[in-house]
Design a protein around this ligand. Structure first.
Ligand SMILES: [Zn+2]
Length: 310
């Protein structure tokens, strides 16, 4: 299991044949009538690796997290990046890969949770990010959720994942570098521009959500604090409550669309923290892969109307 760099580009690949052994509850589309075993259900804990923590009591958990049984990265091997020659740069596929099961229910999805439940989950997110990024050899912790078969999930039971590994991703390095000029944050300026644009969607005292100017996905939407906050894990309870309100509004809208989606936290260094939600309606194809230029069939202005619509 290796982490390998492209011959010349800062583009990395985890070579991991074991990931191919994951159980799949979906062939392609979910078929609730014929769901296979729910590995994350209470009573099936013995089928998952040892529990790392839980919200709830000894007898009954509400949220539980454990190491991924089919991890993309593992804490064995050497995490230092090595170079065999000018073309082969690699390390062990090193890191920490956790699964956070968000509910004991095998059918309830995150967008149907009560606010109380979502708040509990967000506090777990805060704690797990803080914990995992402090692990030996971990340079970046990525918290994300895959919902639905077109977003890459293999288990229908509502869960999120956290991967901490030995690289700061190139995209994060670039965002950090380009969004900070002379100590100032350009995301803060973007928010100023977008809050009065026809891409604005939701806003409260502390947070804003808008469809980004160059949206890559149909209905792509970003959620950000309105003032400069660089670390989600440091939001205080009131700030987290404000975050939760808009987070839930977005999830309810995604439920309405009824598509698969990913969301992921962009949380690193002094960068303005944000969460990006990417509905997976279209499939990227030859042009996107060959040029890194994305064709999006829906304008963000149109998407924002949908989000604003009561
Ligand atoms: Zn900022």
């Amino acid at each position: 299991m290796d982490l390998r760099r492209d011959y010349f580009l800062d583009r990395w690949v985890i070579i991991n044949p074991k990931r191919g052994l994951r159980p799949h509850q979906f062939t392609h589309k979910p078929n609730p009538g014929k769901a296979k075993k729910d590995y994350f259900a209470p009573g099936n804990e013995m089928t998952t690796p040892m529990e790392l923590g839980r919200v709830g009591t000894d007898k009954k958990w509400e949220i539980m997290w454990f190491m991924n049984k089919f991890p993309a990265v593992q804490t064995d091997g050497d995490y230092t990046i090595q170079r065999h020659n000018k073309f082969y740069t690699f390390s062990a596929s090193y890191g920490w890969h956790e699964v956070i099961v968000e509910t004991p229910s095998g059918t309830k999805q995150l967008y149907s949770f009560t606010k109380k439940q979502v708040m509990k989950l967000l506090r777990v997110y805060q704690q797990r990010i803080k914990d995992v990024r402090g692990k030996e050899g971990v340079k970046y912790a990525s918290l994300f959720k895959n919902h639905g078969p077109d977003a890459g999930t293999s288990i229908a039971h509502s869960h999120s994942q956290l991967i901490g590994y030995n690289l700061v991703p190139e995209i994060i390095k670039q965002k950090l570098k380009k969004s900070r000029k002379h100590g100032k944050c350009l995301y803060c300026e973007v928010i100023e521009a977008e809050k009065d644009s026809d891409r604005r969607c939701f806003e409260n005292e502390m947070f804003i959500a808008f469809t980004p100017y160059a949206s890559r996905f149909n209905y792509e939407i970003w959620l950000m604090p309105k003032k400069h906050i660089s670390d989600f894990s440091k939001l205080n309870p009131w700030q987290l409550d404000q975050f939760c309100d808009i987070f839930m509004l977005i999830l309810k809208k995604l439920k309405k669309i009824g598509c698969s989606f990913n969301f992921y936290f962009q949380n690193y260094g002094k960068m303005h923290f944000h969460v990006e939600f990417c509905p997976r309606i279209a499939t990227w194809a030859g042009f996107e892969f060959s040029t890194d230029t994305i064709i999006n069939s829906m304008s963000p202005e149109e998407a924002a109307k949908f989000y604003r619509d009561k």
